[in-house]
Design a protein around this ligand. Structure first.
Ligand code: CAA
Ligand code: NAD
Length: 283
């Protein structure tokens, strides 16, 4: 099966990045969101990223314009009627994702593969909202998508080998590196990363050190490019909390309990970089 046209659902930080790399690789991309404003913001970030590539002579002005011309706006899920692959990158919430997948199942042609960029939610449960679980798969990109090489590929219980191979090949087309992992809460990336971030929040909550000190220890001591609190702000504190809740519920183990300070910040609307304030403030 050949993929020509893709719908990316959610024009936030991940959906925008996924749309950009797909369009750069030559795919026709429909970028869907429920809010016009999110699409406009997402497209502005993509344009800025591509302009930087032109400035750095990694891309010509013509290639930039061609890439942008391959991205079209959608505020209506029925636009999925003409695509070969959907990559869903809406919020990390099972109810929202199941609704989207159930609707897509009715709209998209029979051959269409339905992928989700979920950070932690079970692929098998999302697939069960459709009548085509064999064509549902996880494609977990890392943030920032244009820079990070990894895509975790996660099969649901029913995903066929053929679907896996199409998605693996397509990931190579995007110049990314696919790594196959099994369908367990948090997969590999967030099962390992998120408890570290949560522990950093506990370290702050218990007054062991300031946020700057915690980040400095991990940057200089472990050679991490960002400290864990800075990284949490970068990912989005709402996403971090959703992931911890998935791990906590999925494994039933108290070691994954989300730190109350993380909950408090999310309740306050301090979602990190995307909302202008998290552990740090952003202009
Ligand atoms: N979008 C596109 N490009 C970006 C970018 C963004 N948001 N942020 C940085 N870049 C590009 C810059 O343009 C720059 O490229 P050029 O100079 O070649 O043009 C390059 O990345 C390096 O950026 P900077 O020099 O500004 O800064 P840096 O060296 O500190 O790198 C970083 C920035 C790549 C983000 C680095 O800090 C980093 O790797 N941070 C950790 C990222 C990480 O851990 N990501 C995984 C998060 S977890 C996840 O994604 C899974 C999940 O489910 C939550
Ligand atoms: P975000 O908050 O930046 O963007 C989410 C976007 O989805 C928003 O523009 C919102 O308007 C849109 N949206 C919400 N409901 C929708 C619907 N029903 N239909 C269409 N659009 C809808 O979030 P994000 O950080 O881009 O995360 C998106 C997904 O990617 C989540 O599942 C998250 O777990 C996953 N993810 C996030 C990261 C990260 O570092 N932030 C990394 C990997 C995977």
């Amino acid at each position: 099966m050949t993929i020509n046209k893709i719908m990316v659902i959610g024009a936030g930080q991940m959906g925008g990045g996924i749309a950009q790399v797909c369009a750069q690789a030559g795919y026709e991309v429909i970028l869907n969101d429920i809010q016009e404003e999110s699409f406009t913001k997402g497209l502005a970030v993509i344009t800025k990223n591509l302009e930087r590539n032109v400035e750095k002579e990694r891309m010509s002005e013509e290639e930039k314009n061609q890439t942008l011309s391959r991205i079209t706006k959608s505020l209506d899920l029925t636009d999925a009627k003409s695509v070969d692959l959907v990559i869903e990158a809406a919020v990390e919430n099972m109810e929202v994702k199941r609704k989207i997948f159930a609707a897509l199942d009715e709209i998209a042609p029979d051959h269409t593969i339905l992928a989700t960029n979920t950070s932690s939610l079970p692929i098998t449960e999302i697939a069960a909202a459709t009548k085509r679980p064999e064509k549902v798969i996880g494609m977990h990109f890392m943030n920032p998508v244009p820079v990070m090489k990894l895509v975790e590929i996660i099969r649901g219980l029913a995903t066929t080998d053929e679907v896996y191979e199409v998605v693996e090949t397509m990931t190579h087309q995007l110049s990314k590196v696919p790594v196959e992992v099994n369908d367990f809460p948090g997969f590999v990336a967030n099962r390992v990363l998120m408890p570290m971030i949560n522990e950093a929040v506990y370290t702050l909550y218990e007054g062991v050190a300031t946020k700057e000190a915690i980040d400095e220890v991990m940057k200089l001591g472990m050679n991490h490019p960002m400290g864990p609190l800075q990284l949490a702000d970068f990912i989005g504190l709402d996403t971090c909390l959703y992931i911890m809740e998935t791990l906590h519920e999925g494994f039933g183990d108290s070691k994954y309990r989300p730190c109350p300070l993380l909950r408090k910040y999310v309740k306050a609307g301090w979602l990190g970089k995307k909302s202008g304030r998290g552990f740090y403030e952003y202009r």
